[in-house]
Design a protein around this ligand. Sequence first.
Ligand code: ATP
Ligand code: MEV
Ligand code: MG
Length: 385
Amino acid sequence: MEVTARAPGKIILAGEHAVVHGYTAVASSIDLYTVVSLRLRSEDEDTVKLKLNDIGLDFSWSVGRIKEVLSHLGSPFSSTPTSCSLETIKSLATLVDEQSFPETKIGLASGVYAFLWLYTSILGFKPATVTVSSELPVGAGLGSSAAYCVSLSAALLALSDSVKLDVSQKGWSTFKETEAELVNKWAFEGEKIIHGRPSGVDNSVSTFGNVIKFKSGVMTRVDSNMPLKMLITNTKVGRDTKALVANVSARKSRHPDAMCSVLNAIEAISDEWSTIIQSHAVDDLYLSANEEKLGELMEMNQGLLLSIGVSHASIENVLQTSMKYKLASKLTGAGGGGCVLTLLPTHISGEVINKLVEELGSFGFQCFSAGIGGKGVQISFDHSS
Ligand SMILES: Nc1ncnc2c1ncn2[C@@H]1O[C@H](COP(=O)(O)OP(=O)(O)OP(=O)(O)O)[C@@H](O)[C@H]1O
Ligand SMILES: C[C@@](O)(CCO)CC(=O)[O-]
Ligand SMILES: [Mg+2]
């Protein structure tokens, strides 16, 4: 039996970083997916194989070796969502090191630890082949880590005893609410291994899809009534969410009062975002006025993100370029490089967009658009294998 799970990436419309400290963020899923396929192997094959197509790495562990390395920690682990201890991460690192992880890709190792933790906790020691491939740029602010953890958790749970699914269904299907919550909780545990201190907004929007508001671990669905179009520019400057989040926390402990004021201002921006996108446009004039307000909110949010230290010269370059066309932009996700959003108002001409994309392209940046606010995680069973 083979199962395939796909989980969407996301854009943060307002409130990244602030959300880590208990302030509101607004996020939306996008129609770019990470896809995980999981095939259980017969017991005599005795290996767990992981193929990470986007980063060009393959792993293969014998089940016996995994048991040997983890048994002193009390594995098989609890099959309910549990945090991975530091001691366990050290043992998982042993399993990864034995596969001669290339030094140049060492920043990607935590994703493999997250896989091993989710795998051994949810499926125990069943031999299997797991393949991951993604339409999302990895480590660029579009929630690749969350889409990875959500799609992995979904595929693993789909073939576990913790979830009872109708395997006769054909095509993509969604999870029931309680099952989706379980997927989300496991994905959060995976995100903790990759991020250190995730707020939970990324895995929640990847699991449940659409537009959400998120504060202090609590998700509220936002009924968006506005057609939103964003140009996404990938600066291709590599960055690491874990390090950026840690830097913001350090700045907060150095300047608690100033940072508190900034984070409060970001929360006010998120709240206004969610009010505006929920309102029904009565006519074109009303829609244009709301688009202008969202543009201003993006400019203010970006200014505040600069003040907490997560912008980057490449991001500022995108802002200045889009400003020449009177368009508002902000970074999305953790910043420090990665992707920038530019709001494309309904009545913008195709000619302006083409010129902007060409100019951004001349700096080596890559522009694309994505559908905003689609479904969350889905699964599909293949009965032929
Ligand atoms: N398709 C993938 N294959 C393998 N590992 C992945 C994949 N997608 C994400 N990862 C893991 O997630 C890490 C990137 O996560 P990170 O949080 O830094 O970036 P992001 O999630 O793309 O951006 P943001 O958190 O700002 O939205 C990688 O280093 C890797 O460990
Ligand atoms: C930077 C951050 O706020 C968003 C990353 O997409 C981190 C988080 O919320 O976990
Ligand atoms: Mg991430």
